[in-house]
Design a binder for this molecule. Structure first.
Ligand code: ZN
Length: 306
């Protein structure tokens, strides 16, 4: 199953159990309409059509073979969603299904901003699964190749030899960990998915009017910067992993990365450009913000990576 696209992981990555830091509230009754023309077994084409109509990013979704991912629904309690790389299966909370019935994906324009955050978080997992395992690297687009190469590099270092925060709320109290292949893969996946979900949610909050969605003004850019600074300082976009090591796992089911091992500036740039299709000025603003917020944070551990 594992294609030549992957030159890093030798085993099937474990299931990604996706936490969701936002409160899963919101009017459930708002999800009352299925995507028009959607096929429960192959929701991809309708999903792309609807996302496009809302001005949400779709370029990366078009890269994924529509047959690659299966979408299912379940009455999840512990986690908001799950992604199973072994059979490329996404399990979403029933809230995201038409009438909460678990049959088909609900219409995107009826989902809450939190639900779209969750959906895009999972879609990023699907994309990374696809570019790592779903297609030979030489058949990927140049953008996907670039992202894959960057991800592989980060798996060697930034998400390999890390600091964690044993107590999530105490960000200054950190411990070192050397992660397994699988845990590093999970840490990267969840970190990047947290950022993509956050970016979608934030943009939806900044542009409540569908008619002007995505039409950035200087005020919007300022607000984006303020929100990004706040999210980074408060650890809202920090990733996590479930330790492979049973001893470690007995202590904590999930380990949260310390701020020093949050998403890197280059990671933010690539995700904004490749996944979120944002403009150069939003990329520049975001990089400048993270440069500032990270000034007071411990430096990432040195292993020869920029
Ligand atoms: Zn996740």
């Amino acid at each position: 199953m594992h294609s030549q696209g992957n030159t890093y992981l030798q085993t099937i990555p474990s299931i990604l159990f996706c936490l969701f830091i936002f409160v899963l509230g919101g009017p459930v009754t708002s999800v009352a309409q299925a995507m028009p023309g959607s096929n429960p077994l192959n929701p991809w084409p309708a999903l792309i059509r609807e996302a496009e109509a809302l001005g949400l990013p779709t370029q990366f979704l078009k890269e994924i073979d529509p047959e690659f991912v299966t979408v299912e629904f379940a009455d999840l309690h512990t986690y908001a969603a799950e992604y199973h790389p072994e059979d490329h299966r996404m399990i979403l909370n029933l809230r995201l299904s038409f009438n909460k019935a678990g049959g088909a994906l609900a219409a995107l324009d009826r989902m809450t901003h939190h639900d779209l955050n969750l959906l895009y978080h999972e879609l990023l997992h699907a994309y990374l699964d696809f570019i790592f395992f779903g297609r030979e690297a030489d058949r990927l687009t140049p953008q996907a190749k670039h992202l894959l190469a960057f991800a592989q590099k980060q798996l060697q270092c930034h998400y390999r030899f890390i600091r964690i925060t044993p107590i999530r709320q105490r960000k200054a109290s950190t411990e070192l960990r050397f992660l397994s292949d699988d845990d590093a893969w999970e840490a990267l996946n969840e970190t990047w998915a947290m950022f993509v979900g956050w970016a979608i949610w934030t943009k939806l909050e900044l542009f409540p009017d569908k008619q002007t969605f995505g039409q950035w003004t200087p005020q919007h850019r300022e607000q984006w910067g303020d929100r990004l600074a706040q999210a980074d300082r408060q650890g809202e976009i920090l990733g996590y992993y479930e330790p492979d090591d049973p001893v470690e796992r007995n202590i904590a089911r999930k380990r949260f990365l310390a701020p020093s091992h949050g998403i890197t500036i280059q990671g933010i740039q690539l995700l904004l450009e490749t996944i979120l299709s944002e403009s150069p000025d939003i990329v520049a603003k975001s990089k400048a913000i993270i440069n500032t917020t990270r000034e007071t944070v411990e430096k990432p551990l040195s292993c020869g990576e920029s």
